[in-house]
Design a protein around this ligand. Structure first.
Ligand code: SF4
Length: 305
C-alpha cells in the first residue's frame, strides 16, 4: 500500500491491485478458469498438466490480490486448505515416480507460517524422485519484510530449491525488496521473475528495460513474460500479442541476453505455455541457407548443411 500513489488513479501499481469499473466488462473468450486447471486436477490442490512436474496449490491466501490473477477463482483471504489436503497431495506425488519437479504455489506459499512450510518441504524432500522444488511467490516484492533470516535458514535446508518471484514494475524495487532478494540469493536459491504483461502498467520498453535491469542487479533472472490470461473482466489489462513481441524485440540484442524474458502465452483450454518470438527466421534461400534477421533489422545467411 505504501507504494500506491493514493492521489493518482493512473499509478501503475495501483491499477494492479485496486478494483476498477472496467472489471465489469466481460469480453468474449474470458473464463473463470482460462487455463482449464480444474480439468488437469486429479485431486484437490494438484494440477498435473505436464508429464514430469506438478503444481501443488498449498494455500488460497496471498500477500496481495492482483486484479489480473489467473487464480482469482480461488485466491481469497480465507484459509481453508486442510492438512489432510496437503497430505493427499504429498501422497499423490509419492505415488507418481514420473514427477521430478514440484512447483508450490497458491495463493502465496511464503504467507504460510515458517514451521508449516518447513514441514511441507521436508515431506516433499523425503520423496526420492522429487529432484527440484520450486516456490512461486510475490512476497519479496510486496511483503519483503517476510524474508527474514529465520525463514531463509529453513528454506535453504531443502535444496535444490528455486523461487519464481513475481515482479511487475520498477516501482516495486524498494530497498527492502532488494534486501529480500539478496537474502534469498545468498542462501543459494536461484531466482527468476514471472512477470505479467499489463496494459498501461508495464507495456513499454521504457518500463520493461529498467525492470529487467533492476531484476538482474538484484540477482533475479527475468524468466517468463506472460501474456495476461483471459480471466473474466480482464480486457482492460490485456495488450495485443504484437505488443509483447515488440517488447522482446526492444530487449533482445539491445541489452544483456540474461535480461530477456521468454515471452509466452499460456494457451487457453490447458495447452500449456507457448513461446513467441519476433520473426528472426526469414526462411531459406535457393541454396538452402537459412536467412536470419538480427536485432538491427539486417539480414544474414547461415550455411545450414
Ligand atoms: S501474487 Fe500471484 S497468486 Fe497472488 S494474487 Fe497475484 S497473481 Fe494471484
Amino acid at each position: 500500500m505504501s507504494l500506491i500513489a493514493s492521489d493518482n488513479s493512473d499509478s501503475p501499481l495501483r491499477k494492479t491491485v485496486i478494483p476498477r469499473i472496467d472489471e465489469r466488462r466481460i469480453s468474449e473468450g474470458e473464463e473463470i478458469d482460462p487455463l482449464s486447471e480444474e480439468s488437469d486436477s486429479p485431486i484437490p490442490g494438484i494440477i498435473h498438466r505436464y508429464p514430469d512436474r506438478v503444481l501443488f496449490l498449498v494455500t488460497e491466501f496471498c500477500s496481495v490480490f492482483c486484479r489480473y490473477c489467473t487464480r482469482s477463482r480461488m485466491v481469497t483471504e480465507k484459509k481453508t486448505i486442510s492438512k489432510r489436503q496437503w497430505e493427499n497431495g504429498i501422497e499423490y506425488i509419492r505415488n507418481h515416480p514420473e514427477i521430478r519437479d514440484v512447483l508450490i504455489s497458491g495463493g502465496d506459499p511464503l504467507t504460510l507460517p515458517t514451521e508449516k512450510l518447513d514441514w511441507l518441504l521436508s515431506k516433499l524432500r523425503e520423496i526420492k524422485h522429487v529432484e527440484i522444488i520450486r516456490i512461486g511467490t510475490k512476497v519479496p516484492a510486496v511483503l519483503p519484510q517476510r524474508i527474514t533470516n529465520g525463514l531463509v535458514a529453513k528454506l535453504k535446508k531443502h535444496h535444490p530449491l528455486w523461487i519464481s518471484v513475481h515482479f511487475t514494475h520498477p516501482d516495486e524495487f524498494t530497498a527492502e525488496a532488494a534486501e529480500a532478494c539478496r537474502r534469498l540469493a545468498n542462501a543459494g536459491i536461484p531466482l527468476g521473475s514471472q512477470t505479467v504483461l499489463l496494459k498501461e502498467v508495464n507495456d513499454s520498453a521504457e518500463v520493461m528495460k529498467p525492470l529487467v535491469h533492476f531484476l538482474l542487479k538484484n540477482r533475479v533472472k527475468p524468466y517468463y513474460l506472460y501474456q495476461c490470461d483471459p480471466i473474466v473482466g480482464s480486457s482492460h489489462f490485456r495488450t495485443k500479442v504484437a505488443k509483447g513481441i515488440e517488447i522482446i524485440e526492444s530487449l533482445r540484442g539491445h541489452t544483456s541476453g540474461y535480461a530477456v524474458f521468454n515471452y509466452v502465452i499460456d494457451a487457453p483450454g490447458g495447452g500449456g505455455k507457448i513461446p513467441l518470438l519476433p520473426d528472426y527466421f526469414k526462411g531459406k534461400d535457393d541454396k538452402g541457407n537459412v536467412i536470419l534477421r538480427n536485432y538491427e533489422g539486417n539480414l544474414f545467411s547461415y550455411p545450414d548443411i
